[in-house]
Write a protein that binds this ligand. Structure first.
Ligand code: ATP
Ligand code: MG
Length: 324
C-alpha cells in the first residue's frame, strides 16, 4: 500500500476493459492508468462512462473483460473491500460520509480502533487531528462536530482526509467541487494537488475545465465509453479538451469519424474555452440515444447518425460562468 513507487509510474492500471449492463455496452476496450504523484483528470460528457469506470475500479461493478493491475501486478478486485485492501479510496460526492456521525467516527467508520473494553476514542481523535493538521485543514472547529453541520467544502475535506488517514495509494474523487463556492473550491483543489505531491495517485472527475487544467498532470477523456484521448495537461488547451469530450477529438477524426461534429464542437469549445468554464452540454449523443435503452452501444453502432446528433447537440452547448 505504501510502496512509494517512483513518481509517474502507474499504481493502478486497467487494460481493455469492457462493461455492459444488459444490452447496454457502456465501456469499450478502455485503458486507464493512475500514476504516482500525479493528478489524472477523468473527463467526459454526461453518460460517457466515468462513474461506471470508477465503480469498476472500486469493485462495485465486476469487469466483463479486461485486466486490472496494481503496482504492475495482475489483481482481482471483486468488491469494494478488495479495492480498499489495495489502498484505493473513492470519495463520492454525496455518499462519502454519514451525516449522523461526527468527524472522527466518519474517518474511522468500519475500521475503529478498540481498547480493552471499548473503542479507543482518544487515540482515534488524536490520529484524526494529526491527519487534518498534516493536510493544513484549519477550518474545522471541532472533531466531534456532526458531519451534517459541516459545509460542502469541509465535508469534502474530511472525506479526503479519511483517504489519507488510511494510507491510500490511490484516491479517486467524483466531482469534489461540483457544489462548492469559490473559496471552498480553491481549498479542495489545493488539497487535491497536495495529495498528489505527497506521492499518491489521484483521479479527479470533473466537468469544470478550469479545475481540470489547474490541478491535473494528465487528462483521460472518455467519449461514448471509449478513451478519446489520454494526454498530458500541459500539451492541450481547454478548447482541445472540450473537443475530445464533445466529439471524441482528433483520434476519432483521424479515423474519419465525427469530422462534422468536430467542426461544430470546436465552435462551442471556443466559446466555452474562453470562459474556462464548466462545460454544460444540455443534451448529448448518449442522451439522444436514450440511456437505458442501449444508448452508448446503439450510438456506436450507427456512427454517422450518432455524429449528426452530436453535432447539433454540441452546438447547443452552454457554458456556466464557472462553478468556482
Ligand atoms: N447500473 C446501471 N444499469 C444500466 N445502465 C447503467 C448503469 N450505470 C450506468 N449505466 C449507463 O451507463 C452509461 C454511462 O453512465 P455513467 O454513470 O458511467 O456516466 P458518467 O460519465 O459518470 O456521466 P455523468 O457525467 O452524468 O455522471 C449511461 O448511459 C448510463 O445510463
Ligand atoms: Mg458520473
Amino acid at each position: 500500500m505504501t510502496d512509494d513507487p517512483p513518481l509517474g509510474t502507474p499504481v493502478l492500471e486497467l487494460r481493455g476493459v469492457n462493461k455492459s449492463f444488459g444490452a447496454v455496452h457502456v465501456l469499450h476496450d478502455v485503458d486507464f492508468a493512475a500514476n504516482a504523484g500525479e493528478v489524472t483528470a477523468l473527463v467526459g460528457d454526461n453518460g460517457a462512462g466515468k462513474s461506471t469506470l470508477i465503480k469498476c475500479i472500486g469493485g462495485i461493478h465486476p469487469l466483463d473483460t479486461g485486466d486490472y493491475y496494481f503496482h504492475g501486478k495482475p489483481v482481482s478486485v471483486r468488491n469494494p473491500k478488495d479495492a480498499g485492501a489495495l489502498g484505493i479510496e473513492i470519495v463520492y460526492q454525496d455518499l462519502a460520509l454519514c451525516d449522523n456521525l461526527d468527524i472522527v467516527q466518519n474517518m474511522f467508520l468500519g475500521r475503529e480502533r478498540r481498547g480493552r473494553f471499548a473503542l479507543d476514542e482518544a487515540s482515534m481523535e488524536k490520529a484524526a487531528a494529526k491527519t487534518l493538521a498534516g493536510l493544513s485543514v484549519r477550518t474545522v472547529t471541532s472533531l466531534r462536530q456532526r458531519v451534517s453541520s459541516l459545509s460542502g467544502g469541509q465535508r469534502q475535506t474530511v472525506a479526503i482526509a479519511k483517504a489519507v488517514l488510511w494510507n491510500s495509494a490511490v484516491v479517486i474523487l467524483d466531482e469534489p467541487t461540483a457544489a462548492l463556492g469559490v473559496a471552498q473550491t480553491a481549498q479542495v483543489l489545493d488539497l487535491v494537488r497536495r495529495l498528489a505531491d505527497s506521492g499518491l495517485a489521484v483521479v479527479l472527475i470533473s466537468h469544470n475545465m478550469r479545475d481540470v487544467m489547474q490541478v491535473s498532470d494528465r487528462i483521460c477523456a472518455l467519449y461514448l465509453g471509449q478513451v478519446a484521448a489520454d494526454v498530458r495537461a500541459a500539451d492541450v488547451t481547454i478548447p482541445d479538451v472540450i473537443q475530445m469530450i464533445t466529439s471524441g477529438g482528433a483520434a476519432r477524426d483521424a479515423q474519419g469519424n465525427g469530422t462534422a461534429v468536430a467542426a461544430v464542437a470546436a465552435v462551442a469549445a471556443g466559446a466555452a474555452g474562453a470562459a474556462g468554464a464548466t462545460v454544460n452540454i444540455t443534451k448529448n449523443v448518449t442522451d439522444a440515444g436514450a440511456p437505458g435503452e442501449g444508448a452508448p452501444g446503439a450510438a456506436q453502432g450507427s456512427e454517422a447518425a450518432g455524429s449528426e446528433a452530436a453535432g447539433s447537440e454540441a452546438a447547443a452547448a452552454t457554458t456556466k460562468g464557472g462553478a468556482a
